[in-house]
Write a protein that binds this ligand. Structure first.
Ligand code: ZN
Ligand code: ZN
Length: 346
């Protein structure tokens, strides 16, 4: 029987489609064989060792600002930072009020954070410790051993009339977390918690050398005495993966020689920036803090890679262009003003 004209058209169309498909398959096979030949050629070593995307995303050393503010409730959390090693939060530096909420907003877990560095025991630097310790405790069922480093107490230090009195870091831990302490229940609440506290000397000596606190698995943490009027204060430096971060803490002019010593060639210096150049701030604040011009000079002298200005006061926030210009008179490398939630790699 003769083919119906309509069927003939359909058959021809199908034949043509089949031919086009075959041609496409031949081209695809050609491309695949060319690719196979290309990939059979020797690949340079650096290309073979190319890391996966997730490896590229995590810097060896990274800083997350949980709190970039100071004592006043001005919209920033009090001083607090997380240091990430290979993308994992491992070290908490200060624990200012509000950092608990910022931690949640940053979607970071404290489940591997057992090292705590306290620059001094003013409330805007340690007020959130119980909240963060509890957050850590409920993040796991496994035993936790916090290693807490911080300043020695006022006892034994030269005392002037009117000076405030501060406990040592180990005494603060006892007061807060011992069985008879304010939050003694935490030790057995979610996971067994133990705390190993180390008090660091804060006596200023000429040509002081940094003290090595910890040296394990490529992580080095050093400390040196700072100076913050009557509050015993410590400066810290963290080295990991060939990079380093140094934390000035709150610091006045008497602590700057030690800061210069420990911050030599550091990649990132976090400098607490509270006052304007004199006479722009109340005179009492210059007995506690370092003005922008001196911050720039210290950073220049220590050959710092970049500066992160943090612990920002409202005065500094309002005049940030002036502050930046004053720092830049001596220090010409990158300067960043911290914000809560900022992530920065040295
Ligand atoms: Zn402070
Ligand atoms: Zn302070």
């Amino acid at each position: 029987m003769d083919t119906h004209p309509a069927s003939e058209v359909i058959t021809r169309t199908l034949d043509a489609a089949l031919e086009r498909t075959k041609a496409a398959i031949r081209i695809a096979l050609c491309i695949i064989s060319v690719l196979c030949i290309c990939f059979a050629l020797p690949i340079p070593a650096h290309a073979q060792a190319r890391p996966s995307t997730s490896q590229i995303e995590a810097p060896r050393l990274e800083l997350v600002v949980l709190g970039s503010g100071g004592p006043g409730a001005t919209g920033r959390a009090g001083s607090s930072y997380l240091v990430l090693l290979d993308g994992v939060p491992r070290i908490l530096v200060d624990a200012g009020p509000g950092s608990f909420a910022r931690l949640g907003e940053a979607h970071l877990s404290l489940s591997k954070t057992d090292i705590v560095l306290l620059t001094h025991l003013h409330i805007d630097h340690v007020g959130e410790l119980p909240g963060l310790f509890k957050a850590r405790a409920v993040s796991t069922g496994e035993a936790i051993n916090f290693r807490v480093f911080g300043p020695e107490g006022s006892n034994g230090k030269p005392h002037k009339q009117g000076d405030a009195s501060f406990p040592s870091t180990s005494r603060l831990m006892h007061l807060l977390f011992d069985k008879q302490g304010a939050y003694g229940y935490l030790k057995d609440f979610s996971a067994p918690v133990s705390i190993q506290a180390t008090d660091i000397s804060t006596r200023l000596q000429s040509k002081q050398k940094p003290q090595l606190l910890l040296n394990e698995n490529g992580l080095r943490i050093q400390a040196i005495a700072g100076h913050h009027r009557d509050a015993p204060a410590v400066i810290y430096r963290i080295d990991y993966g060939g990079k380093s971060i140094t934390f000035s803490g709150d610091i006045d002019a008497q602590g700057l020689a030690d800061l210069r010593a420990i911050a030599q060639d550091t990649d990132l210096l976090v400098f607490n920036t509270v006052v304007l150049d004199p006479p722009g701030s109340p005179s009492v604040l210059y007995t506690l803090h370092t003005p922008p011009k001196a911050i720039g000079e210290v950073a220049r002298d220590a050959h710092v890679g970049q500066l992160l200005l943090s612990h920002i006061s409202p005065a500094v926030e309002e005049d940030n262009a002036e502050v930046e210009a004053s720092v830049a008179k001596a220090f010409t490398r990158p300067v960043t003003f911290a914000e809560d939630g900022l992530r920065i790699s040295p």
